[in-house]
Write a protein that binds this ligand. Structure first.
Ligand code: ADP
Ligand code: MG
Length: 227
């Protein structure tokens, strides 16, 4: 099944009266179960593409479907539901809520889904185990290393059991050993749960771990290689 399909997708930003063409006609399709990297230099449009696929921003032209839904045709409310149920997002800077503990950060998206208390506790506990953070449930983000914080962010993304996890340079702030561990964790989750991962990077080690590498440059797809 197709999870994300972009056709002639464009995105322009207005900046100080000028227009920045961040995506200039992108055609890309991602299937269920993929573990794909979007690679390219800084400013090439990686984050822009992930934000559009994650329903975090509006498109300028062309189309993008996520889970079969044309996102430009959805109301704000339907879009929020799609994002909440189907998509997990992992950011370069972790984006955890500092005043919440590990388990509160992870369970927060589940409370938005309206699940019962027991199921929330059960799923949160399992996610903490899956990312290797046993015994850290009560800690705050600032009491943890960068790699541990990114594990919390991964647990927060996967606890919803989303069809799709988008990760924007998930290893960029980590040393290479920790970055590799995070990537191996993502790969294990892709294999066991079948979760589709699309992540951006400009790190060769991360590209080497991907099964597919899409190179973008100046808002265009330059190459698309399945290994
Ligand atoms: N909110 C914004 N306003 C104006 N320009 C932006 C905005 N976000 C990104 N851009 C520009 O769009 C282009 C693509 O940016 P981005 O998608 O962040 O690239 P990457 O993630 O590959 O570094 C860059 O030229 C960037 O400066
Ligand atoms: Mg970026």
């Amino acid at each position: 099944m197709t999870v994300v399909k972009a056709e002639n997708l464009t995105k322009d930003y207005g900046l100080n009266g000028q227009t920045v063409h961040a995506l200039r006609g992108v055609n890309l399709e991602f299937q269920e179960g993929e573990f794909a990297a979007i690679a390219g230099p800084s400013g090439s449009g990686k984050s822009t593409f992930l934000h559009l696929a994650g329903c975090l921003d509006t498109i300028s032209g062309g189309s993008i479907t996520v889970g079969g839904e044309d996102i430009s045709r959805l109301s704000g409310k339907r879009l929020a539901l799609l994002r909440r149920r189907e998509i997990g997002f992992i950011f370069q800077a972790y984006n955890l809520i500092p005043v919440l503990s590990v388990e509160e950060n992870i369970s927060f998206p589940l409370s938005l889904l309206g699940l019962g208390r027991e199921e929330i506790q059960e799923r949160t506990g399992r996610a903490i185990q899956e990312v290797g953070l046993d015994g850290m449930a009560k800690r705050r983000p600032k009491e943890m290393s960068g790699g541990q914080q990114q594990r919390v962010a991964i647990a927060r993304a996967l606890v919803k059991k989303p069809a799709l996890i988008l990760a924007d340079e998930p290893t960029a702030n980590l040393d290479s050993k920790t970055g590799r561990e995070i990537l191996e964790l993502m790969l294990a989750l892709n294999k066991t749960a079948g979760t589709t991962f699309i992540f951006s990077t400009h790190d060769q080690m991360v590209m080497d771990c991907a099964r597919r590498v899409v190179q973008i440059r100046d808002g265009r797809v330059e190459s698309d290689e399945v290994k």
